[in-house]
Ligand binder design. Sequence first.
Ligand SMILES: [Mg+2]
Length: 111
Amino acid sequence: MRVNEYQELAMTTLNKELSKKDVLINSVMGLCGESGEAIDIVKKWMAQGHELDKEHLAKELGDIAWYLAEAATALDIPLEDILQANIDKLKQRYPEGFETKRSQIRLKGDI
Ligand SMILES: [Mg+2]
């Protein structure tokens, strides 16, 4: 499946009654909520003696992907464009792969 195909398929389950503004708000709230669910799984593994529930974590990552697609949709940006822009930024920041110094000292405009 291609990235934009995922976005299109995921958005078939978008609440059509939401305004564009509400879609954007829902998406960023959803990203935070689902990230919290992912964090909770890792917390239980890290601090509470649980086995790492990879299957559950993978499902939460899927939920995060859905809300990411929703945010892109709210902005009228193909999800693939957002992912490509991120790769382009990282290539510029770390042309030879990750370096601590380049992480600590960012070029102006590198956010
Ligand atoms: Mg979830």
